[in-house]
Every structure is written in C-alpha cells, then in structure tokens.
Design a protein around this ligand. Structure first.
Ligand SMILES: Nc1ncnc2c1ncn2[C@@H]1O[C@H](COP(=O)(O)OP(=O)(O)OP(=O)(O)O)[C@@H](O)[C@H]1O
Ligand SMILES: [Mg+2]
Length: 501
C-alpha cells in the first residue's frame, strides 16, 4: 500500500439486472487530498460512492480503509469509520431545524435522558460548526426555509460535525449559484487544510480541475486513469471521458425567425418581478440570463400557470390567453421543462416509456395497440437521440443515473406537440457529450418552427445557443441583447443591474 492511502478500492465489480455498472474499478484516495471523479452520465460514479457508503454491496472486489480490509460495509459502519457523503439529491428534512438536521441519525443523542439539555447543546454545537465554516446560518430555522445552496452547506456542516475523515460530494454544485459554488470551494480548501480527504464528483470540469489534486476518469464502469489535475487539460479530460473528441460545444444553427409565437406584456407579481415584457418568434431561441434569484424562474412559472400573476397579459400566436394552471399552459401549446426535475419531473417506479409519453397521451389516441406501439417507438427514439444509458425503455426511471433521469424528463417535454418551449437550466447535471445532444434537439425544435425560451445560468451556454438574450436583475428586465451586443461583459453588466448601451 502506498503511503498515506486512506481508502483503496480494488477490482470492484457491481452488476444490476442488464447493466454492468462497475467493471473492476480501482481507486486510491490519499489522506487529505481532493480527488475528482469524472465520467459521463451512467459511467458509475454514484455507484462507486454507494459501495463505499454501504448502500450497495459490490459483487466482487475489496475495499480497504487505512490499509485494513473491510468486510461487509453497512451505512452505519461506513459512518463510524468517518466517511460522510453529500448525495446528488438533497437529504434535508425540511420541517426540522438546521441543528436537528446536522445531528440527524446520530443516536448518541437519543440515549441521553435530558432532551432539553441536548437540544441546547445541539444548537450550540451547530452554531459553532457553522461559524467555523464561515457560514451565516441560524441553527434554529427550519431547513426547508433555506435555499438549495444553504441546505447543501448544512450537509457539509453535518459531515464536519461528525468528524468525517473522508467527505464525498456527489455533484455538490449542480444547483448552486456562482456565489454559492465559490463558497463551497472555499470550504473545501478549509477542510483540506484540516486533513480531510474529499472525493469530488461534478460535470463542471473546470471546477474539478481547479479544486482537485488528482482526477480519476471513469468510462462505462471502468476506471480509465488517475492523473494529477495539473497534467490533465479539460479537453483531454473530455476525450478520456467520452472516448472521442467533442468539436462543437455549442452547435447553434441559425433559423430565420418567423411569426410571433409568444408575447408577454407588463407581467407583474408584486415583490417578485415587475413589468416584464418580451416576445419570442418561431425559429428563435431567446435566452434568459441573470443571477440566481433574479426572478427568471418566477416569471416563467407565472407564464405557465404554476404561480399566480398580479397583472399583465399573455398572447399566444397573437391571441390573448388565460393561463390559470399548468394544464391551461399545455393546452395553449406551451411546454415547460422545470429546473426542479426531481420534484416535478418523474415517477420513479414507472418505466422510461411511461415517463416519456405520459404528458402527451392524447397524441397516442386511436387504436389501443397502435397507440402503444407508437409510444414505444417515440420513447426509444428519444433514448437513442439523447444517448440515455439504459438497457431498454422498460427500465424503471428510478434505476437510472441522475443525469439519465434528467434526459427522460427532457424527452417527455420534447415529445409534446407544443410550439412554445420554456426550458429552465436544460443541461444541469448532464455530461458534456449529452449536452451537445440537448442543443441539437433545441436546434431541431426551432427548425420545425417552435419558439424556445431558455433560462440558463451558464453564461457560455446562454451566449452560445441564443439568438437574443433577455437579462434580468432583481425582478426587472435590464437588457435585451441581440447580434453583436451579445457578449459576456454585456450580460454580466445587465445581470448586476448596470445599464448596457
Ligand atoms: N439501483 C439500480 N438498479 C439498476 N441499475 C442501476 C441502479 N443504480 C444505478 N444503475 C445503473 O448503473 C449505471 C451507473 O449509474 P451511476 O448512477 O453510478 O452513474 P453516474 O456516473 O453517477 O451518472 P450521473 O452523472 O448521471 O449521475 C447506470 O447504467 C445506471 O442505470
Ligand atoms: Mg450520479
């Protein structure tokens, strides 16, 4: 065993029905290092983590911790070794306080008889852990009242509070704002300074390169290579991940704009957004840029009837429409792909075919067998186009990797016969190769005469794929950029509320 190796996975193999998820994986994590784990959706990243935390039992191979071979790993055993994991999906109990969440599942508290005293102590300890991480979070508020970013920080506080020696972060920044991501990276440096080892999984490859010392690339359940981050360019990382070059990151196809498809006028929701007016034409992709919290999601939620409006009008193809709920929106021809795909996207126990075709059952009307056949063909076509990694469309959505679940939600909306598509953060959690497939599908939509509104917090994506960009700041549109006006600087200025000429 090399010096300072904390965790060693040796020839780990894990099979699921029809899937070889891990194929003789080898991985060495050194004490106090930040180790990146990258690979396409379905490459096996989360499965590796789950074998370490005892959520899955490997079929073959050995796991060593500080040189000692571990026999059967249970979640409890893994925790007692000082391994903590921050999962891809948030795990806060929303109606419990921050302090209670930090102490969740740590039974030593339960055996103490004096509940009240413990509560005080919990609060105090939580406060000092949060402070040591430089976090301004009140341990007494309910976790559910905090934004996603803060909830993520609570998970880290929980790990630190339990004296973890290895903290695993599975896509921790996928839904964080730029500022929150920076804060997280700062905390990672702090933890590293304290000798904590970190496994960092992310599809944001620039972040992985910046924060990790070593990076292991995974492909098709196999560990391809472990290299020093400084010796691996992002292009090489991509090549090793997907096994091919990706030449066009943003394969934008210009389509001549047609008639006006959607017009909104002076949309207002008190205290949230004000006098929002814009139009989208057939063949156009209109990007919505802004900082997280600028009101973009709120505006499109109101347009699609998910939230109420105080005033303003909505016109579809020139005719005013009333949209009181999401059903009205679908009827008016507006499809909304929400950013909250976990909450609103999928029925996990149902298979891919069902999930892909459920919103448009009426498209499959007619002869029962014919209908089933078409639904299946459509679902299969989407699996192919989006390169969803699955043995077939009969697989329950819950069995797919995080990114592949997202692809099913995208498929579901793309299969609607809508003419107006509102897509909120379309490529979040999706690997580099699949991003290009999503962009190609957006191209296809506009080429077929659809109008697309795309909210994106990734500046390059927004600039690379939009014909026009609307920028919001604190509930107001601060700029509408087109042609040569579209630039990084202009978007940033407008997003921080500075006028752009
Ligand atoms: N419980 C399960 N049952 C069946 N198959 C599973 C299960 N969990 C994972 N798989 C399969 O194992 C493979 C690896 O999945 P895993 O979740 O590890 O991917 P990942 O690298 O984390 O991807 P992502 O970037 O999308 O999160 C995938 O093909 C997935 O469908
Ligand atoms: Mg995963």
């Amino acid at each position: 065993m090399a010096q300072g190796v904390l965790l060693h996975l040796e020839n780990i193999t894990k099979r699921f029905p029809g899937v070889l998820a891990l194929d003789k994986v080898n991985l060495e994590i050194r004490a106090g290092e930040v180790h990146g784990l990258v690979g396409e959706n379905g490459a096996g990243k989360s499965t590796i983590i789950k074998t370490i935390t005892g959520a899955h039992r490997p079929d073959e191979g050995n796991i060593y911790f500080r040189g000692e071979k571990l026999e059967t790993i249970t979640p409890h055993y893994s925790m007692s070794l000082g391994i903590a994991c921050i999962y891809q999906e948030l795990n806060q109990v929303p109606h419990m306080t921050v302090a209670e969440n930090i102490y969740l599942g740590r039974e030593k508290l339960k055996v103490k008889p004096l509940g009240i005293l413990n509560r005080e102590k919990m609060k105090e300890n939580s406060r000092s852990v949060l402070a040591s991480l430089g976090l301004d979070i009140d341990p007494q508020v309910n976790a559910g009242a905090l934004g996603v970013g803060k909830q993520q920080m609570i998970e880290i506080a929980r790990a630190v509070q339990s004296d973890a020696r290895l903290i695993i972060m599975d896509e921790p920044t996928a839904s964080l704002s730029a500022k929150e991501s920076e804060e997280l990276l700062r905390i990672i440096h702090y933890l590293k300074g304290k000798g904590v080892a970190i496994i960092y999984i992310s599809h944001r490859l620039d972040e992985v390169k910046a924060v990790c010392e070593r990076i292991t690339v995974l492909r098709d359940g196999r560990t391809i290579e472990t290299v020093d981050a400084k010796d691996l360019s992002i292009d090489d990382m991509v090549k090793k991940m997907v096994g091919r070059d990706i030449t066009h990151k943003y394969p934008k196809v210009k389509t001549p704009p047609g008639k006006e498809m959607l017009r909104v006028e002076r949309l207002t929701r008190k205290g949230v957004f004000k006098n929002v007016t814009f139009t989208v034409r057939a063949g156009e992709v209109v990007g919505m840029a802004g900082l997280v919290g600028a009101g973009r999601t709120e505006v499109v939620r109101a347009i699609t009837g998910a939230d109420p409006l105080d005033s303003g009008s909505i016109f579809v193809e020139g005719r005013e429409v009333r949209i009181r709920n999401p059903r009205d929106s679908i009827k008016a021809g507006i499809a909304f792909l929400t950013e909250d795909r976990k909450g609103q996207g999928l029925i996990l126990i149902q298979d891919i075919e069902f999930n892909s075709t459920i919103v448009n059952l009426k498209n499959y009307a007619g002869n029962f067998f014919l209908k089933l056949g078409r639904a299946r063909t459509d679902a299969e076509r989407m699996v192919q186009e989006l390169r969803t990694r699955t043995p077939g469309v009969d697989v329950p959505a819950g069995n797919l990797s995080g990114g592949n679940q997202q692809k099913v939600v995208i498929a579901k909306w793309l299969l609607t016969k809508s003419k107006i598509f509102i897509i909120d953060e379309p490529t979040r959690g999706i690997d580099v190769g699949a991003k290009v497939e999503v962009y190609n599908l957006i191209n296809q939509l506009v080429q077929n005469g659809a109008a697309v509104i795309m909210i994106s917090s990734e500046m390059d994506e927004c600039i690379g794929m939009s014909d026009r960009i609307i920028v919001m700041h604190e509930g107001n549109i601060t700029a509408e950029l087109a042609g040569s006006k579209i630039s990084n600087e202009n978007v940033m200025y407008a997003a921080s509320g500075i006028a752009v000429n």
